[in-house]
Write a protein of this length. Structure first.
Length: 350
């Protein structure tokens, strides 16, 4: 049995930052994640993707953000159960939760923070007859190593932030990028749209709109695609086709925990992001409330407020005096400054 102050389900950016905010309040955390390493989507899906809206960083790669968050949190010595999925939850008469994983590992704490991002997920695939044959033979849904696209002909399909950001990134490493979208308008950030149009004007990106990919061709690997525009079909030779239509999220076992769920997200009170179950919070992309924005920045804010309420649950009747870190500094659990230790990893499923 692993005992801690806060069980954090999800070791992505929001979960990792929760460790830091809880640590400032002298609260200990243990994180559970189904992935074999910390970082969530930032590590597993797009470690080399640039992120532009983290305060203080005009641009930072997703993988580097994860490393920075791990470095920031390790002074508070979090525990990790990795490669295991949170499966069941129960609450005893004293208000202590027990979270059990699919491997049978049990964790106990008076507070549970669900920071599972989009939950379990899989990419949304275009409805093309033979697309499964070309997967890993020229069709990729996730970009893990951008270098394989250098000096290659790449067609990206999609109109959201991922499609725009990767088009910009790959164009800047000399990939021959063509961006195809079924509408003339893009759904991504205005700044990204402007950058893509600037690259188009410099002949560094081709944009084909409104258009759709209708066929994939090639004997042993993908060699050509057919793009339909204004009812005219044209063949394009290429090396890689990357459809970026987002992810299909699934809460998995968490959906059976008795939480109030709306459109595959957990409803919370914006006072402290607590769910309908007292002592269980949901922060980051996994939650929903009026005006919700699915940004890492918002997850950080939610984690900060959540930890203040968690402190009151864990220390009933004890008043926490808020202090700025510029005044109080960042001390160890015993109140003295000490060298940060490496995080303790409970279990890794390779």
């Amino acid at each position: 049995m692993i005992k801690t102050d806060i069980i954090i389900i999800g070791a992505g950016p929001t979960g990792l930052f929760t460790v830091f905010e809880a640590g400032l309040l002298k609260l200990k955390c243990h994180l559970i994640d189904a992935l074999p390493q910390a970082g969530g989507q930032c590590s597993e899906i797009y470690p080399k993707k640039p992120i532009y809206d983290i305060p203080g960083f005009p641009e930072i790669l997703a993988g580097d953000l994860t490393e920075n968050l791990l470095e920031q949190s390790k002074q508070f010595e979090p525990g990790f159960t990795l490669g295991e999925r949170a499966e069941e939850i129960s609450k005893d008469k004293d208000g202590i939760f027990t979270v059990t994983t699919n491997k049978g590992t049990q964790h106990q704490a008076p507070v549970v923070a669900i920071a599972g991002g989009l939950g379990s997920f899989e990419p949304r695939k275009p409805m093309l007859e033979n697309i499964s044959f070309y997967e890993d033979k020229g069709v990729e849904y996730i970009i893990k190593d951008p270098e394989i696209y250098r000096d290659k002909k790449v067609v990206i399909a999609g109109g959201g932030d991922s499609a725009l950001d990767w088009s910009i990134f790959l164009a800047n490493i000399n990939a021959d990028v063509t961006l195809v979208h079924r509408r003339n308008e893009f759904r991504g950030a205005l700044d990204s749209v402007e950058k893509v149009r600037e690259l188009k004007n410099k002949n560094k990106i081709k944009i084909i709109t409104p258009a759709e990919i209708t066929q994939l061709k090639g004997k042993d690997k993908l060699e050509k695609i057919v793009i339909s525009r204004d009812k005219i079909e044209t063949e394009y030779e290429l090396d890689h086709f990357i459809p970026l239509f987002g992810l299909s999220p699934k809460l998995g076992p968490i959906s059976n925990w008795g939480l109030d769920i709306e459109k595959n997200a957990i409803k919370v009170d914006t006072f402290d992001y607590q769910t309908n179950i007292e002592g269980v919070f949901a922060i980051g992309d996994v939650n929903t409330y009026p005006g919700k924005l699915k940004l890492i920045l918002c997850g950080f804010h939610e984690a900060t407020l959540m930890c203040q309420s968690a402190y009151k649950i864990i220390n009933p009747g004890k008043k926490n005096i808020f202090k700025y870190t510029t005044v109080s500094g960042i001390d160890g659990f015993d109140g003295s400054r000490k060298e940060a230790k490496k995080p303790v990893v409970q279990a890794i499923n390779n």
